[in-house]
Ligand binder design. Structure first.
Ligand SMILES: *Cc1c(COP(=O)(O)O)cnc(C)c1O
Length: 358
C-alpha cells in the first residue's frame, strides 16, 4: 500500500521536529498574508515596527517562561547551535583562561574538539560512561573559568543535570530547552537551536549573563555576542521567518501552561515509551534509569534483522522519523515539546503490536 500523499500522523525526528498544527497554520498564513499590509512575512523588513513587535513579544515570552533576571540578555542569532562550540569560547573566555568541558557523549565531544583549538581545556571526567552521566565533585572545576556541558545528549538519549561547580556554567541545551523549568543563576550562558523544542531551523537562542560577554574579542561584529546584544541582534538581516516561528512557539508554550506543563507532558510521554521498552523482550534501552532522557528515547531490537521491517511498518502506520542516528544505530523516538501525549501512545501501541507479530 502506498502512503504517498497521506500526511504522517506523528513525526519523531530528532530535529527539525514536529510542530503543533496550530503553529504551522499560523506560520503558513503569515507567508500568505501578514497584517497590517497583507503582504507576505517573507517580505517583511527587519527595520519595520511589525518585525519589532515580533521580536519584542518573543523576548518577553522567553523572559517570562524562564523567569529571567534583568542581568541576563537574550540573543536571537542565525545559524546552528554548533557554531557556538567556537563562539562561546571566544566571547566569554580570555586566551589565558583554562576552561572545563564535561564529556557525556557525541555533542559534548564536538564541543570539546572545537574548544581544544582555542584554549587550554580540562575534560571531565577522565573516563566517561556512555550509559550514565558523571557525578562531578565541585572540586573538579577548581581553577576553571567556565564549565561547559550538554544537558541532553540527543544521539544516545542521555540527560545530565547541572554539574555542581564554583565557576559559571555554559550549557548546550539544544535538545531539551524549554522542556522543563530550570534555575538560570549558575549559568553564564545557555544556548539552543530552535529546530527541536521551539521552532524551525535557522535560529539559535542564547541566554547570557551580561557581565560575562567580553567586548575585546577581536571578532567580527556579527560573531560578537556583545556587539549583537547592542544592536538588538540586527547587525545583519536576521532570519525573520524562523524568528517568527519561534515567537509563535514561545507564545504557544505559554498558552499551554508554560514550562511546568511542558515538563508534565514530557514525563508522561517518556514514561509511556520506557515502560513499554522495560516490559518487552524485543526492545532494550542502554541508558541507566537516572540518566534517561525524556526528549530522545533510544532503543534497539533484540533481533537487528527486524529493524528495516519495524521502520517500514511504522511509516505505513503514519509514524515517521524513528531511525536512530547513523553513529548509534537502532531506533530513536524524539518527543519534544510539540509531541502530544497521543503521539507517545500511538508509538507504544505500534511497538506492542509489532512485538506480538514478530
Ligand atoms: C541538534 C543538536 C546540535 C546541533 O544543532 P545545529 O543547530 O544543527 O548546529 C547541537 N547540540 C545538541 C545537543 C543537539 O541536539
Amino acid at each position: 500500500m502506498s502512503t504517498e500523499g497521506t500526511p504522517a500522523r506523528y513525526n519523531y525526528a530528532p530535529g527539525p521536529a514536529q510542530l503543533p498544527p496550530e503553529v504551522v497554520a499560523k506560520a503558513a498564513e503569515a507567508v500568505r498574508s501578514f497584517p497590517p499590509h497583507g503582504r507576505s512575512i517573507l517580505e517583511l523588513s527587519h527595520r519595520s515596527t511589525d518585525f519589532g513587535a515580533i521580536a519584542e513579544q518573543a523576548e518577553a515570552d522567553l523572559r517570562a517562561l524562564l523567569a529571567l533576571p534583568d542581568d541576563y540578555v537574550v540573543l536571537f542569532l542565525n545559524g546552528g547551535a554548533r557554531v557556538h562550540y567556537t563562539l562561546w569560547v571566544q566571547n566569554l573566555s580570555t586566551p589565558g583562561d583554562r576552561i572545563g568541558l564535561v564529556d557525556s557523549g557525541f555533542w559534548s565531544q564536538q564541543a570539546i574538539k572545537e574548544a581544544r583549538k582555542l584554549r587550554e581545556i580540562r575534560v571531565l571526567p577522565d573516563s566517561p560512561d556512555p550509559a550514565d552521566y558523571p557525578d562531578l565533585a565541585p572540586a573538579d572545576a577548581d581553577g576553571l573559568a567556565f564549565l561547559h556541558y550538554v544537558s541532553n545528549e540527543t544521539l544516545t538519549g542521555l540527560a545530565m543535570p547541572a554539574p555542581q561547580a564554583a565557576c559559571p556554567l555554559v550549557c548546550d541545551r539544544t535538545s531539551d530547552f524549554l522542556s522543563r523549568p530550570f534555575d538560570i543563576r549558575p549559568y553564564a550562558l545557555c544556548y539552543a537551536g530552535s529546530q527541536k523544542n521551539f521552532g524551525t531551523a535557522g535560529l539559535t537562542v542564547l541566554v547570557a549573563r551580561r557581565d560575562c560577554l567580553r567586548e575585546e574579542t577581536g571578532l567580527a561584529p556579527g560573531l560578537s555576542y556583545a556587539a549583537q546584544a547592542r544592536t538588538g541582534c540586527l547587525y545583519h538581516t536576521p532570519p525573520i521567518y524562523a524568528w517568527h516561528v519561534s515567537a509563535l512557539m514561545l507564545r504557544w508554550i505559554r498558552e499551554q501552561g508554560g514550562l511546568e506543563e511542558m515538563e508534565r507532558r514530557a514525563r508522561t510521554r517518556a514514561s509511556l515509551v520506557y515502560d513499554c521498552i522495560d516490559a518487552s523482550s524485543l526492545y532494550a534501552n542502554a541508558i541507566v534509569p537516572r540518566a534517561r532522557s525524556r526528549m530522545n528515547v533510544c532503543f534497539t531490537l533484540a533481533d537487528s534483522g527486524l529493524e528495516a521491517a519495524f521502520l517500514q511498518q511504522a511509516e505505513t502506520a503514519g509514524l515517521i522519523g524513528l531511525r536512530g542516528h547513523k553513529v548509534t544505530g537502532g531506533m530513536r523516538a524524539s518527543l519534544y515539546n510539540a509531541m502530544p501525549v497521543t503521539g507517545a501512545e500511538a508509538l507504544v501501541e505500534f511497538m506492542r503490536d509489532f512485538e506480538r507479530k514478530a
